[in-house]
Ligand binder design. Structure first.
Ligand code: MG
Length: 234
């Protein structure tokens, strides 16, 4: 074997090793334990918080807070064998359908955090019978996801479901929407917080970044300098 052929062969082996290591690393990162520490508000910020009008954070469900698939889906998008966080049995057009729902990692923590600063509203383009069942599960009797809007509250434009924020409040300076679908907030780009879909982000989307961003919006618009600090330990 000539030198050139040997270098080519060695380079191919090296690339293969790098590929395997990167793949394994991604799997490890995806399943690592994350612990959040939250420092509380100072008494002054707490007092100021009690004086300001609460703002509204609108949350999409599918591919934002959760990913789900139902019976009969031949090609599942999640890794085969991954157990769902919960299974819903819903009757659609008189047919019982089971939905296997995977929560976005740390979504319970996320909801706990943002519900301290915002009134939360679920706005999904899904059918009410399914969306309500998912929202009930995510709420888990905390009473933080009581306000809900469904497919019948959306309007269809340019082939996608648009979510009308003015149906929730006329004060558009006090409302944000977190949604994986740009079509949903097409009419309200200034109110949007885009997020990658669960699948696109391989379920590893850093909530920490989203929480920090939402917190900054809150500080800016409410003129409260919070002492809340969210630290991620890996
Ligand atoms: Mg969505």
């Amino acid at each position: 074997m000539g030198i050139r052929a040997f270098v080519l062969f060695a380079s191919k082996i090296w690339n293969f090793i790098c590929f395997v290591v990167r793949k394994q690393l991604r799997t490890v990162i995806q399943h690592q334990t994350v612990k959040y520490d939250v420092l509380p508000l100072s008494p002054l910020s707490k007092h100021r918080l009690s004086l300001v009008k609460r703002k509204i954070l609108v949350l999409d469900l599918d591919e934002t807070l959760i990913h789900s698939h139902h019976d009969g889906v031949i090609r599942q998008m999640v890794k085969p064998g991954t157990p769902p966080d919960f299974v819903l049995k819903v009757t659609i057009d008189r047919h019982p359908v089971r939905f296997f729902v995977h929560k976005r990692p740390h979504v319970d923590f996320f909801l706990d955090m943002v519900s301290k600063w915002y009134d939360l509203v679920i706005f999904t383009a899904s059918m009410e019978i399914y969306g309500a069942a998912v929202a009930d599960k995510l709420d888990n009797n905390r009473g933080i996801l009581n306000k809900r809007y469904y497919r019948q509250h959306c309007c269809v434009r340019y082939g996608s479901f648009n979510k009308d924020l003015s149906a929730i409040t006329q004060d558009l300076s006090s409302i944000f929407i977190l949604d994986n679908s740009p079509g949903a907030y097409r009419a309200y780009p200034d109110n949007a917080i885009p997020i990658k879909s669960c699948l696109e982000s391989q379920f590893t989307s850093p909530w920490i970044v989203i929480i920090r961003y939402i917190m900054m919006q809150f500080e800016f618009y409410c003129h409260i300098c919070t002492s809340i600090c969210v630290i991620m330990h890996v």
